[in-house]
Design a protein around this ligand. Structure first.
Ligand code: ZN
Length: 89
């Protein structure tokens, strides 16, 4: 089984990308390519905030979103602000 590939998406506030076709997949700041790994829909992903997902998502989807964010944070800590850490205080 080939590993899943992703398009990185990080240029907007809606960090969580949900498949609007199956509503069973959510990714943090990236979308699977070429299609959804669950339903194989193409271009079915739309961006949401975590608050929005908490609003209408299933418990499972919310849990996936939180886990995806945590995994992303663990994989690449603070890549966006590459400022020196020594400037504390
Ligand atoms: Zn899907």
């Amino acid at each position: 089984m080939a590993s899943q590939s992703f398009w990185p998406v990080s240029h907007r506030d809606d960090d969580f990308w949900v498949c609007m076709s199956c509503l069973g997949e959510v990714f943090f700041r990236k979308v699977p390519m070429p299609d959804c790994p669950s339903c194989h829909g193409v271009s079915t992903y739309e961006g949401f905030t975590l608050d929005a997902i908490r609003d209408w998502g299933t418990e499972e989807l919310i849990a996936k979103a939180v886990a995806a964010q945590a995994a992303s944070a663990a994989a690449q800590p603070a890549t966006e602000s590459a400022a020196p850490v020594e400037a504390a205080d």
